[in-house]
Every structure is written in C-alpha cells, then in structure tokens.
Design a protein around this ligand. Sequence first.
Ligand code: MN
Length: 150
Amino acid sequence: MLSPSLEDYLEEIYRFSLHNDVVRVSDIASCLDVTMPSVNNAIRKLSEKDYLIYKKYRELVLTEKGRRVGKFLVERNGILQNFLKAINSQCDVKAEAEAMEHYLSLPTIRAIESLLDFLENNKECRKKFLEHCRYRKEKGLGLINGYAGK
Ligand code: MN
C-alpha cells in the first residue's frame, strides 16, 4: 500500500498518461500544484517501489504494476466523485473525493459502487431522493453546524 500522498502522485501520473504519450516530471508538478523537490522525492519513491521507470529527459514510464494500481486509483476516485454527485452534496466534489479515497475501505467503496449502479438502473429512486432533498431544504431540516453559532 502507498501513502495517501504517493497514491495521489501515481493517480495523477496514470490520469495524465491516458491523454498524453509522454509524461514528464514537470507535467505532474503542474497538475498537482506542488514544488519540483516534492515531485522528485515522490517519483524516486515510486520508482524504488517498482511503480515506474525514470528515463532520460525526465520522462516517466509506468510499469505494469504502476498501470494496474494507477487505473485502480483513478477508478476509485471517479466512484467517489460520482457518489458525492449522486447524494447531491453541495461540497467541492473534486477536493472531497480526493480526501475520502484514502480513508474508506474497499468494501465500503464497493458498496457505494453498488448503490450508484442501483440508482443508475432505477432512475425513479434518484428522482424521489432529489425531491426529498428539496423538501428537507424547504423545511430547513438537517444537521446544524455547531461551529457556526456566535
Ligand atoms: Mn487523494
């Protein structure tokens, strides 16, 4: 298992590799908005763990293991983004999925996947749910933020 930070690097390298023939260290630095020293450090760790090969001209090539895990990470992130959209959360979907992905277990993510599949195949349930959300909003129902009081 990789640390959350290394998972994010590998996820981004794999995502970038889907749309680009060549992946360079500088591409990943700009995608993740991090400094070059931290990217270099992460790349070195990923190459030591056999997820990628560091070639000349700062080019990165994922190994079979790197591609397999990278694909998993990108898919896992997509499921969680879809989940946040499905439950109609008013959060920053990208940022929240990025955080959740590292802390939920695989059984939970698979359960979420089943729920998404169910909602996709039962559109009337999703519609009823959204009506219910509107009703609750109108009534002012929901968790009261204790931190927001004066
Ligand atoms: Mn993340």
